[in-house]
Design a protein around this ligand. Structure first.
Ligand code: IMP
Length: 430
């Protein structure tokens, strides 16, 4: 089996959980490489529901190695809480099945606080973040003042490093008329949990090299989606990491030949949570209907997701940017009872037609979708497992997505249940 990367190819929440669950059963090593506990994967295995935020999906299966790469930002308290909750469900997590990159950046309470202060401020644009401190932690990483997992091992150095970080945070807080961070308490709290988390600390790049040599099957599990990428997404309404496939390499320490198949997860319509441009958004009854049928509420923050028609321009762009080899199309059954279904195939910008999503935020807000109308199939597709059993109009819709995006359709998902999947091209077979 080739090594596979799974990449959300819209604004996240494409239904990765089900696909990751299916693939993680067949993989030996499952790796998270970017983002943090802003992600949310719900897995149902043997009728038990597991809600994962930070831990790779492999953690709930026996005999799998789960890895959190250096590209992930880790809130140690959130991680320990997630471990505790899973242990309550009977999952065994030890330093034999969970490895965390020693050079991964930590999210600390000042990051979370700053995230919330900015979101609540009237003076900055509200991004609609998950308020988990993700952005401020990545800022400290590139600002070279972050605390990394391995820093917890050396108390003396930790104090020096925290000084550097707090020099920055306290100066911001002074401007915001907030009190200084209590350094003593921060260190005390970190020292208290350090042994609980340091036991998982490893040079992850080295471990991955060993697994590769042993021909272990590696699954790279992306979080969020390409349109939330810090460079390629709807900046500044994005998350603070690169969500494209390149991140799987830099976020773990692997070379580009490590990944043989890139699977893009794409929902049959479009959703996004948080603020920012969304050309095909339906702010009307139709949008509400899609949201209700698709149960579009965030797994992490429980926010109602904004809903709209499928934007083929955006998905094609995502496929190019991330080198997608195959699309796993999810939630086709949500569109079962719409008389007409629309797909965005271009935009109008200042009276001109364009066939790509511009980078300027102003233009992203301005573009007007050009739609192609499809006749709905008005039949149940829920639970269908064979391509030939799909209604003709559903096949036409899916085939259009394939030809417009110029990417094969690897699978079509017809319900949240794992078995309700039409498999067209098995990523394991390349
Ligand atoms: P942050 O990642 O918490 O900084 O949030 C930045 C933006 O990314 C906001 O619009 C969030 O709603 C969005 N976001 C972050 N994680 C996810 C996710 O897992 N699914 C969908 N949107 C997300």
């Amino acid at each position: 089996m080739p090594n596979i990367a799974i990449i959300g190819s819209q604004w996240g929440d494409e239904g990765k959980g089900k696909i990751v669950d299916w693939l993680s059963e067949k993989a030996d090593v499952i790796v998270r490489f970017q983002g943090g506990h802003n992600a949310g994967h719900t897995l149902v295995v043997n009728n038990i529901t597991y809600k994962l935020k930070l831990l790779p999906s492999g953690i709930i299966r026996k005999n799998k190695i789960s890895i959190i790469g250096n590209g992930v930002v880790i809130d140690p308290w959130a991680l320990l809480e997630e471990i505790k909750q899973l242990e309550k469900l009977g999952i065994k997590i030890t330093n034999k099945n969970l490895f965390i990159a020693e050079n991964a950046t930590l999210i600390l309470p000042p990051h979370k606080e700053l995230d919330a202060i900015r979101e609540d401020s009237k003076n900055t644009d509200k991004i609609g973040t998950t308020r988990r401190g993700i952005g401020p932690a990545y800022e400290d990483k590139v600002g070279r003042r972050a605390i990394r997992l391995m820093d917890l091992a050396n108390k003396k150095n930790l104090s020096k490093k925290i000084n550097m970080m707090l020099f920055h945070h306290d100066s911001i807080r002074k401007g915001l008329k907030k009190n200084k961070i209590n350094k003593k308490k921060l260190i005390k709290d970190l020292v208290k949990i350090s042994s609980k988390i340091l036991k998982y600390s490893k040079p992850v790049w080295k471990k991955l090299e060993e697994f590769k040599k042993k021909k272990k099957k590696i699954l790279f599990e992306g979080a969020q989606g390409i349109l939330l990428d810090i460079d390629h997404g709807t900046y500044p309404f994005v998350t603070s990491s690169n969500t494209v496939v390149g991140s799987a390499l830099s976020g773990t320490g692997c070379g580009p030949k490590t990944i043989n198949y890139i699977l893009g997860i794409v929902k049959a319509y479009t959703t996004r949570v948080g603020e920012g441009p969304f050309p095909t958004e339906l702010k009307n009854e139709l949008g509400n209907r899609i949201g209700k049928r698709g149960n579009e509420f965030g797994t992490v923050t429980n926010r109602k997701r904004r809903c709209g028609w499928f934007d083929a321009v955006l998905v094609k762009q995502s496929c190019i940017i991330s080198g997608i080899n195959g699309i796993a199309l999810t939630k086709i059954d949500v569109l079962d009872h719409f008389k007409d279904i629309y797909v965005c195939v271009g935009y109008k910008l200042n009276g001109k037609k364009i066939n790509y999503f511009p980078s300027s935020l102003n233009d992203q807000f301005k573009v007007k979708p050009i739609y192609k109308r499809f006749k709905g199939w008005l039949k149940n597709t829920k639970g269908i497992k064979k391509w030939n059993d799909l209604p003709t109009n559903a096949k036409k819709y899916i085939n259009f997505i394939k030809s417009y995006c110029n990417v094969k359709i690897s699978s079509v998902s017809t319900s949240p249940k794992r078995e309700d999947t039409i498999l067209l091209q098995n990523p394991f077979k390349g």
